[in-house]
Design a protein around this ligand. Structure first.
Ligand code: 5GP
Ligand code: ZN
Length: 115
């Protein structure tokens, strides 16, 4: 269900500019507007799905595509020391955009557990 008022659908459509770093037939990856690490890239499916679980149910192969795209960006950005992949799911987990996005974070040491 593509939505007219979904920010990330608009980025996929090219209606809102983004710093796109990688694209495939099924995914788009672009730098986060408010980066939390030297590399902070959002990898999203071109189709509108609310969260990772909904994507897994409806288009499981595209969930794999997200991870493969994240790996490609990590390689391009030289994240040889490691990186983190995060799906915030639901408001309490700080999901603010309800078009599934994989956060790829890297380029600095990261603590655990997350806040
Ligand atoms: P969430 O909190 O839903 O897991 O992540 C949403 C992310 O989208 C945030 O990290 C936020 O900085 C990013 N974001 C929000 N609006 C825009 C935008 O217009 N462009 C880009 N590139 N990132 C955005
Ligand atoms: Zn959307």
């Amino acid at each position: 269900m593509p939505t007219d008022d979904c920010l990330f659908c608009k980025i996929v459509a090219g209606e809102i500019p983004a710093d796109v770093v990688h694209e495939t037939e099924t995914t788009v990856a672009f730098r986060d507007i408010e980066p939390q690490a030297p590399t902070h890239v959002l990898v999203i499916p071109r189709s509108h799905r609310a969260n990772a679980a909904e994507l897994a149910e409806t288009e499981p192969s595209v969930l794999v595509d997200l991870v493969e795209s994240a790996k490609a960006v990590a390689d391009k950005d030289g994240l040889d020391e490691g990186y983190r992949m995060v799906f915030n799911t639901g408001a309490q987990a700080h999901q603010t955009v309800f078009h599934v996005h994989l956060h790829l974070l890297g380029g600095r040491p990261m603590g655990w557990p997350p806040g």
